[in-house]
Design a protein. Sequence first.
Lengths: 163, 781
Amino acid sequence: MDNLHTLSVNVNGVTYTRAVEARLLLSDFLRHELNLTGTHVGCEHGSCGACTILMDDQAVRSCIMFAVQSNGHTLTTIEGLTPDGNMQHLHPLQTAFHEKHGLQCGYCTPGFLMTLLPFLAENPHPSDQEIREAISGNLCRCTGYQNIIEAVKLAAQKKAPRP
Amino acid sequence: MTTRYFGQPIKRNEDPRLLTGQALFTDDVHLPNMLHVAFLRSDYAHAHIRSINVSAAQAIPGVVAIYTADDLGDYWRPGPLLVPPPPVKDLIFNPRMQVPLAKNKVRHVGEPIVVIVAESRYIAEDAAQQIFVDFEPLPAVVDIEKALAPDAPVIHPDLAHNLNAHVIQRKGDYAAIRDQAAVLIKRRFLYDRGTAAAMENRGIVADWDAKNEQLTMWDTTQAPIPIRNGIAAMLGLSERQVRVVAPFIGGGFGPKIMMFYPEEVLLPWISMRLNRPVKWIEDRSENFYATTQERGQVHEAEIALTRDGRVLGIHDLFLHDAGAYAPYGLTVALNSQCTLLGQYDVPHYYSEFKAVFTNKPIVTPYRGAGRQHGVFVMERLLDIAAKELGIDRVEIRRRNLIPPEKFPYNNEIIYQDFAPLIYDSGNYAPALDKALALIDYTNFIQTEQPRLRAEGKLVGLGLVTYVEGTGIGPYEGAKVTIETSGRVSVATGIGTQGQGHYTVFAQVVAEQLGVNVENVRLVTGDTAEFYWGAGTFASRGAVVAGNAIHAAAVKVRQKILKRASEDLEAAEEDLELVDGTVRVKGSPSTAIKLGELAARLNPLRGAVKPGAEPGLEATDYFGPERGATASGVHAMIVEVDPETMQVEIKKYIAVHDCGVVINPMILEGQIQGGVAQGIGNAFYEQLIFDENGQLLNASFMDYLLPTADTVPRVEMDHVETRSPLNPLGIKGAGEAGAIPVGPLFAQAVEDALIGYNIEILEIPLSPNRLFELVLEPQQGS
Ligand code: FES
Ligand code: FES
């Protein structure tokens, strides 16, 4: 408890400075210290992908990082996707999940969205197989994945229609 | 023209909150001054507890309290029996329920022994490591076939054996018909354990407000109302002093209903004792031990047939693994017993099971809830019979289907809802025909498969049928209110775990009241909003709560018409409800907004007529006399890689009949997700216990859930046979996708591996297991 480390991190455009224990997980820091509870945890072993966030625009699993490792970095969580909090202003990928029924309980959904953002940025026209591979490290127990794949295809189509 | 909402693929009302991270899950509840709880759990499957030393843990700064069983005093008592045994003659039933904390003895790995309360979860877990329990290990009962051996260790010493239950049910007279059979086929079938693995683990936050004498509990339960009633009784509180909220739940699938888990019983007690809010969130490794599991049966089954493949009867003896305690009664085993006969007209049936205690985690229903075991046995027997009789596998099924004119069809045994097992309605042949067309059966068997086999490809086809008892009682209720803003609120008691209730229930209401689905707000899973009900299980949410909501909406509609007919000076038959208004047909300008009407019915001055009820609100209930039987056919084509024995699904077909469909998009989502779980259950997932009862693969690294690269797109079609048992004509659909996948896999893989001449009599399979089967010398029958 005595060994606190100061950490300064930008999350969704806001800089937070906090003193934390070295062992505090980044997922716990986001959820319980910053109250950004949209990032979910399903395993805390790095194997389900539910806790995926962006660190400097790369997808990382916040449950297998310590909060202190994010010092000086820029993070985006699911809350950062609709910055004004207005449900009418969903990101096109979120809209596509809605349109294609890509979520049921929704617990895994933030992790899928955050995994897919950098993927789509790198690969705006993915094939079915590429999408399947991209999300093969994210577990969803409800949907059976098919509608998630459809949603990704729709988002890709909408964002950059093929000539 | 009034818009139709019922039956439309309407997008979900709940999505925006979930997509933006705004939806409240239990672990998102954060209260000032909150304490955190961790459990010390047993490392042994079976042991005496000699002593527990908590002094080192107590000395850790930040530790607030530590409790063992002895500290609980009178509050320590076994949990309630949730489901009593059915009224079956000569039934033996020895219920033994889980306890809040183990006292003297532990009976499975993961059983809680000590609860630690601290300022943070990190500190609570530090403290758990400093607690010393002196165990005297005992031999464990792991193999269910050895549980009843005379020298088996006894798990509940007051019983002197490990028999949880013994049940025999009969239809006709199997022994008599056996002699007349042209063919008898007997096999031994295994169905091993898996886990539901909802992505959200369990969790509870309890908050005792001493000043108001109110307990609030957020709980990942599928059944908040029964939890409220039980917790209030245990704590000596009035039900009105306890509010249980099941907020958004990250998947249920059955185990989250198992009311009165130790953690559920302890958290409110701790909050009251310490006068502070407390939180416990299960972690994934706890989930593998401390959340209930399912499957685990061994069947010895015999089928008697005529030469032309008519089934004369089935004789089935089976053992069911209950785990260390059996709070859920006989539900799972009864489902196996009552689902085995499936879509077939079988005149003689003898089914006998023994449920046994083992030193493994508790067994309660998990999606399918025992139904798949029965379907597995029956479908495999038919496959083997088809081979022996030289009849096509589809043809043998077709010959035995219950014909449409025989409904309602009485199976003459007692179902899990204690009502006779009577199928309400069904029309099986059209679904079979659709599945054959979609999988292109004849072409595949006659042309494709021979061609591919000639190329050396191991391709196989599977096709199986199933039924699912759904929508059982007792009842649910709902309150529908039109607010003066014109918005509609609907309150019901069940919990919701991703089934789209916010949308399908809104559709039911919108259909009656002519309002937009987005204007209907559902409140569910909060006991402060609705007092009565049972919960979400057995594919009953849409059927039972849906019909209660329908009934309440119909009453509100009547109130609207009555008052509007006075105000608009028109006959009720001349009115219609459109776009949030009630108006005179053919004269859209003669209309009143529903919100305005609600305001008129709630005057703040003046007088009302005698007997007038305020506002536009109604409450109603629905309880079906018995469950509605859904059905379906699944078919698939697989290719097996001879090098790796990996199975690739080339095509997957599901044709389903769940009566009238409220929202086809949501229904198809349920089926696709169910099939994915079925695939996991058939080929990837197996809980592996060693001879000491230790679970060897308790993490997602070792226990493989299906992933996006292993689950195919399920092509679907539907048949619609109304249920006569409820006004909406619907049947449940929550579990259907998962039920038939085991036998489907077995049949398809066996077909693909035809040259190896294996018989697959067990689920789950895996590449490893297929190798073993291929290498094993053939035992023959
Ligand atoms: S919670 Fe981080 S990967 Fe599962
Ligand atoms: S939607 Fe429930 S786990 Fe993915």
